[in-house]
Design a protein around this ligand. Structure first.
Ligand SMILES: Nc1ncnc2c1ncn2[C@@H]1O[C@H](COP(=O)(O)OP(=O)(O)OP(=O)(O)O)[C@@H](O)[C@H]1O
Ligand SMILES: [Mg+2]
Length: 285
């Protein structure tokens, strides 16, 4: 099992979109995935169509080490995808809820999550306070989606330094993922700068700008089932291949199968609904 924190002290750079999309891609290709929403905005809980549930991550932070593992496990809820579960968040989740920044780690270890999951993905709020430190201490690796803007790129070196100081025993930044990429000179200059600063850690795959990410959230849809042929979905297939060393063709094959199953299932549902309506109509005569 691998625990990955998705982190960037900057807001709105695509952390939640990345966490949700990668979690769905991993789950649809046969991995058991637990997503953890560690952000009071609870966007990941919304993206995965679950919303806020009780108990949730706030109860885990508030509980003592004796009861917290049981609470963590009872916070796990199913999403629309069979292999993808989530621990939701809520609007009251504040830094003040965190006592010890190793609490989350100890809870997750006590839960024995490796018996159930291949991947745990923790989505974080912007900033670098106790909530984010808890996630960093709990994880094996940190993935950093970033936008290609001056301040966003400048801040990453400082962010890594701060993490080393504040979380000496935590996970380390292993991947930096350029998001909202367009093939323009300004973006390519930032990519070159990132490659200099973080040699070997910047993914070759860049996530292109695509309105599909906003569309699927608004419509409550799943990127790989409803918009598999979008350029956004294609970027995530490439990313999954690069980050998790799975053959690209194998990923496409699994996603196409799942999309086919999904379409057949929806068609069956529509057929039964129409049939029922027709029968009810006959009965009225
Ligand atoms: N590659 C992309 N192309 C177009 N829109 C994108 C892309 N990635 C993310 N977005 C959109 O940008 C907005 C911000 O993304 P997201 O919520 O994932 O960022 P975040 O880093 O999680 O934000 P926060 O710091 O508030 O948690 C969303 O509306 C999302 O749909
Ligand atoms: Mg977010």
């Amino acid at each position: 099992m691998k625990i990955i924190s998705i982190l960037n002290h900057k807001g709105g750079v695509g952390k939640t979109t990345f966490t949700g999309s990668i979690a769905q891609a991993l789950a649809l290709t046969g991995n058991k995935v637990l997503a953890v929403d560690n952000d009071s905005q609870h966007n990941l809980s919304s993206l995965l169509n679950v919303g806020v549930r009780q108990p949730n991550i706030l109860d885990v932070y508030r509980a003592n080490l004796e009861s917290a593992p049981r609470l963590f496990l009872s916070s796990v809820v199913k999403t629309g995808l069979p292999n993808l579960h989530i621990v939701t968040s809520c609007g009251d989740l504040l830094d003040a809820a965190v006592g010890d920044v190793y609490h989350l780690k100890e809870v997750m270890v006590a839960c024995g999550l490796d018996r159930y999951y291949d991947f745990v993905l923790i989505d974080n709020a912007p900033g670098l306070d106790k909530l984010q430190m808890s996630a960093v201490n709990a994880c094996d690796e940190i993935f950093v989606p970033t936008e290609l803007r001056q301040f966003a790129v400048d801040g990453l070196v400082e962010m890594e330094r701060t993490l080393l100081e504040r979380c000496p025993r935590g996970g380390r930044i292993t991947k930096i993922i350029p998001n909202n990429y367009r093939n323009i000179r300004r973006h390519n200059t930032f990519i070159a700068a990132l490659n200099k600063m973080f040699a070997g850690r910047v993914t070759a795959t860049r996530i292109l700008t695509d309105t599909v990410f906003d569309e699927v959230v608004t419509e409550g849809k799943i990127l790989f089932l409803h918009r598999l042929y979008s350029k956004g979905a294609a970027c995530y297939v490439k990313l999954a291949h690069e980050l998790f060393r799975r053959e690209e063709e194998e990923i496409w094959g699994a996603l196409l199968d799942k999309r086919g199953e999904h379409i057949r299932e929806r068609a069956r549902e529509r057929y039964h609904k129409t049939k029922k309506r027709a029968e009810a109509g006959d009965g009225d005569k």
